[in-house]
Design a protein around this ligand. Structure first.
Ligand SMILES: [Zn+2]
Length: 54
C-alpha cells in the first residue's frame, strides 16, 4: 500500500497517509488536525525528481 504525503492548506500540517490507490483517487484523505480536505499532495519520494548531472 503506497504512502502519500500531504500538506493541509487549511492549517499547514504535514502528514502521511497510507491508503490504496482507489482511496487516493476517491480523495478520501483529510487533515488529521483540522479535518479539512483541502490538501496539497507532496510529491517528493513518490515521483522521484531525477536531477541528472550532465
Ligand atoms: Zn489541517
Amino acid at each position: 500500500m503506497p504512502t502519500y504525503e500531504y500538506m493541509c492548506l487549511g492549517c499547514g500540517k504535514k502528514f502521511r497517509v497510507r491508503m490504496t490507490i482507489t482511496e487516493h483517487d476517491g480523495h478520501k484523505a483529510k487533515c488529521p488536525k483540522c479535518g479539512r480536505r483541502k490538501l496539497q499532495q507532496r510529491v517528493e519520494g513518490f515521483f522521484a525528481i531525477t536531477a541528472k548531472k550532465s
